[in-house]
Ligand binder design. Structure first.
Ligand code: DC
Length: 228
């Protein structure tokens, strides 16, 4: 049986990560956090003294990226070259690096097959920006999760506070708006909903409400069986 791929695209802070983790758990599917791949590429460039604008060297890094993901009690841990880099890649700086390297077409190309390899039985929840438009265009259910920039900045602030990083709301809002603009207007794989995506605006919804709504779409599409 071919693996079912459910795409969850949208901007940072829209709740994609939480939704994707819950869907993967409920359906017992694999999980692809594609943003983490771009974050690790940016981080690897940084620690190897490579400028994010050096497209050739950054592409080499993406092609031979020694990255792995492990489930832990408090969420997924990210390892680069054997080191746990979870906090570093999820920091504000990590997000900036990811956004910079994600705008390089050859980096995106280098990560394509790695992402597609993860689509194995029984299914995959693919969390990203271009999952529905580029990586898995045949997916039977594509969710595009939106939320206002302010709501996303507030969510990001409490997430960072839990990690011990204190960043002011105006600074976060500014960073989110700048990143959105870069992600939405770049020429390669811009952040846009696929034509057949279901757009869900989570600004005034709780994580539970978003999850319940998307699970009802999963059921409507016949992607979940009554025995679990
Ligand atoms: O989802 P995230 O915040 O971890 O993503 C970090 C950056 O990576 C974000 O600026 C956009 C980029 N990204 C992308 O271009 N394509 C993806 N499929 C996932 C992330």
């Amino acid at each position: 049986m071919e693996a079912v791929v459910i795409c969850v695209d949208g901007p940072s802070g829209s709740g994609k990560g939480t939704l994707s983790q819950r869907l993967a758990e409920a359906l017992n599917y694999h999980l692809l956090d594609s943003g983490a791949l771009y974050r690790v590429v940016g981080y690897a460039a940084l620690v190897n003294g490579i400028d994010w604008a050096d497209t050739e060297s950054v592409t080499q890094i993406a092609r031979s990226l020694d990255v792995s993901f492990h489930s832990a009690e408090a969420g997924v841990r990210v390892t680069y070259a054997g080191d746990d880099v979870t906090e570093a890649v999820r920091s504000v700086r990590g997000g900036e690096g990811a956004s910079a390297v994600a705008a390089i077409p050859s980096v995106r190309e280098a990560l394509l097959s790695r992402q597609r390899e993860l689509a194995c039985s029984p299914g995959l929840i693919a969390d990203g920006r271009d999952m529905g438009t580029v990586v898995f265009p045949e997916s039977p259910l594509k969710i595009f999760l939106e939320a206002s920039a302010l709501a996303r900045a507030q969510r990001r602030q409490s997430q960072l506070q839990q990690q011990g990083e204190d960043v002011s709301l105006p600074r976060l809002l500014e960073a989110i708006e700048a990143r959105d603009l870069r992600d939405r207007t770049r020429s390669v794989s811009p952040l846009v909903p696929a034509e057949d995506a279901v757009v869900v605006d989570s600004t005034t919804m709780s994580a539970d409400e978003v999850f319940a709504h998307v699970m009802s779409l999963v059921t409507q599409k016949g992607l979940v069986h009554s025995d679990g």
